[in-house]
Design a protein around this ligand. Structure first.
Ligand code: PEP
Ligand code: MG
Length: 543
């Protein structure tokens, strides 16, 4: 048995024979026996055929991965209408008197290199799209259109896969794929994640493995070639459990989160990293209600740069394809510490220097994050949320810094979308001044984990206090109600993102309070949906 590590794009288990996908190299002859006018005509015909292919690819991708993710194929169609690109191809055909294939190859490479050299990461990513379009045209011109086709379930191995190759793969047989190249940030990765295909990139795959049995373990980011029988059995058990969960999900997928009397509530997912977003989609989350961004800081040996953060936020936002993503700003301190922050030891860390208190005193650190969040808003629907708020002053200061960042980015010509601003309501102080706070923001999200800790004066980290820690305590639930009512009085939407959001014993109560959104861990979405759909608020409470 051989094990090869990679980076997981989507967690899941795939079992099957490995198949090496060799892209057919299109030999672009530079000299043509035809007149330039005839080569130009060949090019026009290939372009028309590519347009037809891309239109149908777009339509099938809309069904599989939704409009926003399918938009990549509209971009490819637009490239085929780009006058600069077309003029360049035509000019190469005329001046070099070569084949249309050769002209497309030369122009494709030139344009891809120009995009790759741009500073903006979005524009850099367009280089791969140009190559994809050029390759499509070359394949049509050379009569070499081909997609992999095997007659038994397989795990595909390839050097790399383009977005269009990924969408065209026959999903009835494909169990997963591994590529040598590729990044977890690419459109290919986003598509695989959205389609729920277990996949690894950056694997030292060997074409000689073609035909061998393998297990792709997305959870542990590993490909096992010729797996030992015991591993195969264990993985098969895990795969079946996943499949059972998935079929349960299928029954509820696309069904609204609506009670029997027609009351609707949004069910979002809590995530701690971009790797969790596939799980959120797999469980049909309507959005991300809490992205605990501090894990980016904790998982890295340094404070992540604006570009590093942008890449991660963008991946999440693009994968969610227009659905709302609430990014909570750095909530470090207390139990979440990283050495490089150099935080001093404190007597009472839960009441100490943490979260917004750190951000408002280390403004450079905070602004780096705010800039990355604002820039990510160009790629979908983003909201920003400030943790551990106890005063109006803090909210105003944080909003002012956000506006400073927006102004700077506008000056630099960075595209941005509208970003809702909200706060975590997780301190009794925030509840008591909820009316004043609600005037400052678009939404409240109730952090019931800390709200219970601070309301009950019980350290949530101390297991000895578990018998006393009662998150159903009437004081906690009354706090939730007070905050929800105050939020609604001032036009805010109100969510719950603490663990109580997934507590099925409280779902009815939250619905009766008029809570608009519950954000829970991805695996809790399905049971919650089932609970919501079984409730009838016309009946007396808890009947
Ligand atoms: C909370 O306090 O309820 C919350 C969601 O935040 P965290 O658990 O990350 O402190
Ligand atoms: Mg909290």
């Amino acid at each position: 048995m051989k094990a090869a590590a990679g980076k997981s794009i989507w967690d899941g288990i795939a079992i099957g024979r490995l198949r090496w996908f060799q892209k057919r190299e299109v030999q672009a002859r530079s000299t043509s026996g035809l007149a330039p006018e005839e080569e130009l005509e060949r090019f026009e015909q290939a372009r028309a055929r590519a347009q037809v292919q891309l239109r149908s690819l777009y339509e099938s991708a809309v069904g599989e991965v939704g409009e926003d993710n399918a938009a990549i194929f509209e971009i490819h169609q637009m490239m085929l209408e780009d006058e600069d690109f077309l003029d360049a191809v035509r000019s190469v055909i005329r001046t070099q008197r070569g084949t249309a294939e050769h002209a497309v190859q030369v122009t494709g490479e030139n344009f891809a290199a120009a995009f790759a050299a741009m500073e903006d990461t979005y524009m850099q990513a367009r280089a791969a799209d140009v190559r994809d379009v050029a390759h499509r045209l070359q394949a049509i011109l050379a009569g070499a259109e081909e997609k992999p086709d095997w007659d038994e379930p397989f795990i595909l191995m390839a050097d790399d896969l383009s977005p269009s190759e990924t969408v065209q793969l026959d999903k009835r047989k494909l169990r997963g794929f591994v590529t040598r190249g590729g990044s977890t940030n690419s459109h290919t990765a986003i598509l695989a994640r959205t389609m729920g295909i277990p996949a690894l990139v950056g694997v030292e795959a060997d074409p000689a493995w073609d035909g061998r049995m393998a297990v792709l373990d997305g959870y542990n980011q590993c490909l096992y070639v010729d797996p030992a029988p015991s591993l195969l059995t264990a993985m098969e058990v895990r795969r079946r459990a996943d499949a059972e969960q998935a079929s349960l999900l299928q029954g509820l997928k696309k069904k609204p989160n609506v009670t029997l009397d027609g009351t609707e509530i949004q069910v979002f997912a809590n995530i701690g990293s971009d790797a969790d977003v596939g799980l959120a989609l797999q469980n049909d989350a309507q959005g991300i209600g809490l992205f605990r961004s501090e894990f980016l800081y904790l998982n890295s040996g340094h404070s992540p740069t604006e570009e590093e953060q942008l890449a991660i936020y963008r991946r999440v936002v693009e994968t969610m394809a227009g659905k709302k993503v609430v990014i909570r700003t750095l909530d470090i301190g207390a139990d979440k510490k990283a050495d490089y922050f150099g935080l001093e030891r404190e007597e009472n860390p839960a009441l100490g220097y943490r979260a917004i208190r750190i951000c408002l005193t280390r403004k450079d650190l905070f602004k780096t994050q705010l800039r990355a969040i604002l820039r990510a808003s160009a790629y979908g629907t983003v909201a920003v949320m400030f943790p551990m708020i106890i005063s109006v002053r803090e909210v105003r200061d944080a909003k002012e810094l956000l506006e400073d960042c927006r102004r700077e980015l506008t000056g630099q010509g960075c595209p941005m979308g509208r970003v809702e601003v909200g706060i975590m309501v997780e301190t009794p102080a925030a509840v008591m001044i909820a009316d004043e706070l609600a005037r400052e923001v678009d939404f409240f999200s109730l952090g019931t984990n800390d709200l219970a800790q601070y309301t009950l004066a019980i350290d949530r980290q101390n297991p000895r206090l578990d018998p006393f820690y009662d998150p159903h305590h009437p004081a906690v639930l009354r706090m939730v109600r007070m905050a929800a009512e105050a939020g609604h009085r001032h036009g805010c939407w109100v969510g719950v993102c603490g663990e109580l959001g997934a507590d099925l014993a409280l779902t009815e109560l939250f619905l009766r309070m008029g809570v608009d959104e519950l954000s829970v861990s991805p695996s809790a979405i399905l049971p919650l949906r089932r609970r919501i759909r079984g409730l009838d608020l016309r009946l007396p409470p808890n009947s």
